[in-house]
Design a protein around this ligand. Sequence first.
Ligand SMILES: [Zn+2]
Length: 407
Amino acid sequence: MALDEGTLAALRDDAARELPRTTELRHALHRVPELGLDLPLTQRLVLDALADLDLEVHPGRGLSSVTAVLRGGLPGPAVLLRGDMDALPVTEEPDGDLVSGHPGVMHACGHDMHVAGLVGAARVLAARRDEIAGSVVLMFQPGEEGHGGARLMIDEGVLDAAGSRVVGAYGVHVMASTIPVGVVASRPGTLMAASDTVRVTVHGRGGHGSKPYLAADPVPVAAEIVLALQTMVTRQFDVFDPVVVTVGRIQAGTTDNVIPDLAHLDATVRTFSPATHAAVPERIARVCEHVAAAHGLTATVDYERGYPVTVNDATEVERARRVTRGLFGDDAWLDAEAPVPGAEDFSYVLEQVPGAFVFVGATPVGQDPATADYNHSPRARFADDALVTASAVLAALALDRLAQAAG
Ligand SMILES: [Zn+2]
């Protein structure tokens, strides 16, 4: 059974009533941004904010996460709601009173909004605990910005924190521009890219620049590899399932008349489907090794897997579309036409549990979403009003999924 109009309206009103409190929490978090997997001040604020809600709270062991289980009054399965907690090594350009108190660190990706929005959802859900058939796992996650915090929380058991594997998982990401405040956007299937790093070393034999035939020059081989990788991308992969390979660093030698022993290449690799993500490392290694072999040299290829492709379940995106429109009207939902080439470690959760990740517009009122500063900018600003959207959508997704299970 889907949530009815009256329940959705009540959720929206409850989330709006929480706004002063969620805003206060968001501002407190914004003033003490922390990096990586160890966020003691952030964790303390989360624990304090949840203290009066009668939840089963489990702080992380290897990282400063918080897993909190809200038990409903009726039996049923468990669902998961996630908010990431970490900031970025960015020096904030102040605009008004709300500014980082930690020099060189800033909530420039809006994860303070995610934490406060998830606490807001927890309060809305706790207030109607008696009607809930099942449990809600609240996943407060450090280390999204390249540290794989979601992976570590899965290893510590977050997906089974309620005693059984969660049957649905939902997360939001606020956007400082591109989407107007209060608008929710997503798409079925691939929403975000996988991001990998490849490091290539071409092994030659150094010598005198005037007598290359007595040496084995790795420099022209490295140059051929750069071009061969671009040819590989266009000849071996479907143009509608794109691959991006960018060699961002190339290094060899010391001066003009010395052939070096080695040449190094570093590249970033973006893919948009699990199949392509799986296939691309072997293809890259083949090109590098065989181009080198063609010239009598060798290449070693070190391929580092980053976050996998973020893939939304189609049924769960339909749920997100329906509850968003029920909460805030038809215009509050936007079908995202294409995936975005950024990466996200909620992908690890969505590899194991059907769910949906959605973008929430937080462009400050009065600014043009097309020109406002984007996430990760030292001037990125996030509208507090988007906390109502985040809290209401997360709470509604959890309730709607549990209502479906209750039949
Ligand atoms: Zn982010």
